[in-house]
Design a protein around this ligand. Structure first.
Ligand code: GRG
Length: 294
């Protein structure tokens, strides 16, 4: 990928998150500190990158989508904070640092996650693009809330919890991951498209691209849990096997999972054909996600 362009986008996202996260207006800043700690903890920023680039690719100005991009990253961060809690995965490490509840305690981690989710929607509803074009903001809010909600990301987590200690078939694993991982990735592309005022063909192509990279992303996650380097990943490996979880690796074998991720990445890139030569950023992003080591 054009490293300079990615670096510029990442700097914009990180700077925007810094000033868009709420500042505490009373004398107990612990939850605001926990929110900042969790959001600014070294994530890859894939979802906000997808929002900004989808917007640009559909003819919009990426700057108009920055609040929506940051809101999505806040929701992603909340999901990680809650996922690490003792009542969920009970993970002590996230991105190589103590997880939020290890650093701030369970009660404050719970509240920080709740606040990140709530503030995300405040951010979109008060963004400049929402004031200029409120109907677009309503569509973005509907997309994001559906993707994060009971039939989206939360639904994926429910299937995950209900599958504990069981072997599940491939179709069930795909359904779980389409919700748990895929829904926010698809929403990222859709949100960028809506803000740009994209037509149906562009939106459909971006959704198809997102669905392919979303599934490939989860397959690579499963592969890294077997072959990854714990120091690079920032968390221990082997947890899926230790918990006897069905994964793409357990169901397809390591080589089968790698082949599936590669095929999905190629399909993702093919779906970008409608954008011609302008889609290089998203093409390269798909390839980079396939090769990622963390
Ligand atoms: C809200 C209770 C509650 C649970 C949410 C979806 C979910 C449940 C938790 C997310 C945890 C998880 C492992 C989801 C799978 C998707 C995934 C691989 C997330 C990691 O995303 P990256 O790699 O993270 O983009 P970084 O650290 O780069 O931001």
């Amino acid at each position: 990928m054009d490293d300079t362009r990615v670096d510029v986008c990442l700097q914009q996202i990180n700077a925007a998150l810094e000033w868009l996260l709420p500042v505490c207006d009373y004398d107990e800043p612990v939850v605001c500190d926990a929110m900042r700690y969790s959001v600014q903890g070294g994530g890859k920023r894939i979802r906000p990158l997808l929002v900004l680039e989808s917007c640009r690719l559909c003819g919009g100005m990426p700057e108009t989508a920055i609040e929506a991009a940051c809101a999505l990253e806040m929701i992603h961060s909340y999901s990680l904070v809650h996922d690490d809690l003792p009542c969920m995965d009970n993970d002590d490490l996230r991105r190589g640092k103590p997880s939020c509840h290890k650093q701030f305690g369970e009660s404050y981690a719970l509240l920080a996650g709740d606040a990140l989710l709530t503030e995300a929607f405040y951010l979109i509803s008060t963004a400049p693009f929402a004031k200029a074009e409120p109907e677009k903001a309503l569509r973005v809010i509907a997309l994001l809330s559906a993707a994060a909600g009971a039939n989206g990301m939360i639904g994926g987590q429910v299937i995950d919890l209900a599958s504990e200690g069981k072997q599940i078939p491939l179709a069930r694993l795909q359904q779980m991951d389409a919700k748990k991982t895929g829904a926010l990735i698809r929403a990222a592309c859709q949100m960028g498209a809506v803000i740009a005022g994209a037509g149906d063909t562009q939106t459909a192509a971006l959704c198809a691209y997102a669905d392919c990279i979303g599934q490939a992303f989860q397959i690579v996650d499963d592969i890294l849990d077997v072959t990854g380097d714990a120091a690079v990943l920032g968390k221990p490996i082997g947890s899926d096997a230790a918990n006897e979880k069905s994964t793409y690796v357990s169901l397809l074998g390591l080589e089968g999972a790698k082949a599936q991720a590669k095929a999905l990445t190629e399909d993702a890139i093919a779906h970008l054909a409608v954008f011609g030569n302008d889609a290089q950023f998203l093409q390269t992003l798909a390839g980079d996600l396939l090769k990622r080591t963390f």
